[in-house]
Design a protein around this ligand. Structure first.
Ligand code: 1GP
Length: 251
């Protein structure tokens, strides 16, 4: 059986890099969910990440179901919290906040989630999550009680990437925080790419297709955007991002 992990590897091989759109199944997006998913279907988006740090009502599971029903691509759980764990995903990033020193987000949440994940039969993709300082206090920094790594310390990021690799993780997520002022720098991405073999997912504060393309050129294997599309008037912007990321498909 082909897995979402296999599919993402194929995307990297065929398109050069993958474009992932983050949808927060929170109240604020309730009226636009189907439109967002339809736009992603039509725009060459490779997969949807679904999750958020804080849900402001109890309807997130129903929204995930609506996303799954409309999506013609994998729907991947991006866990902000275990309260969003439900049967409607195709796979999940099994995250550990390895840049933090808060044991609850390093291993505590994972232990609580594991038996539920087994019963749901959800595919897990072990992901080392590295939070960098994107110039603004982020929700994930507050919620996970972890200090971001300064952006001017690629050496520290590289050491975390190597540790994730030696721990047998499948992906490294370089995160500047949702809505970051500054996305993860190309210097950091290049440094990690030079020394670490894991596929790199890069997100937080990426607002233009040019910024996405620069990050792919620096070594990002997957680019994530969330906020820019929540703010966008024209969801056609997704297609421009997808073209910027899929460098192998450019003529
Ligand atoms: C957050 O990396 C994602 O986890 C996306 O960030 O909302 O800033 O695009 P943005």
């Amino acid at each position: 059986m082909s897995t979402v992990h296999d599919y993402l590897s194929q995307v990297r091989r065929d398109r050069g890099a993958g474009y992932l759109v983050l949808i927060d199944p929170d109240r604020k997006n309730d009226g636009t969910l189907e439109a967002r998913v339809e736009a992603a279907n039509a725009s060459g988006v490779d997969a949807l990440l679904v999750g958020g740090s804080l849900m402001m009502d109890g309807k997130s599971h129903a929204r995930v179901k609506r996303i799954k029903e409309a999506a013609r691509m994998p729907v991947i759980f991006f866990p902000g919290s275990l309260s969003q764990l439900c049967p409607h995903y195709d796979a999940m990033l099994f995250l550990s906040v390895i840049s933090g020193r808060n044991p609850h987000y390093l291993i505590g949440e994972q232990v609580i989630a594991a038996p539920v994940i087994r019963d749901l039969g959800l595919e897990t993709m072990a992901t080392g999550y590295v939070l960098l300082d994107g110039g603004a206090h982020s929700t994930v920094e507050f919620m996970s009680g972890s200090t971001p790594i300064p952006m001017n310390r690629p050496d520290i990021v590289v050491a975390h990437g190597l540790a994730a690799q030696y721990l047998g993780m499948h992906y490294l997520y370089l995160e500047a925080g949702s809505g970051a002022r500054e996305p993860v720098s190309t210097t950091v991405i290049r440094a990690v790419k030079a020394e670490c073999d894991l596929p790199l997912i890069v997100g937080g504060g990426i607002r233009t297709p040019e910024a996405a393309r620069e990050r792919v050129k620096a070594g990002a294997d997957f680019v994530v955007t969330g906020t820019v599309l929540e703010e966008a008037v024209d969801l056609g912007l997704m297609g421009t991002f997808a073209k910027a990321v899929h460098w192998k498909e450019r003529t």
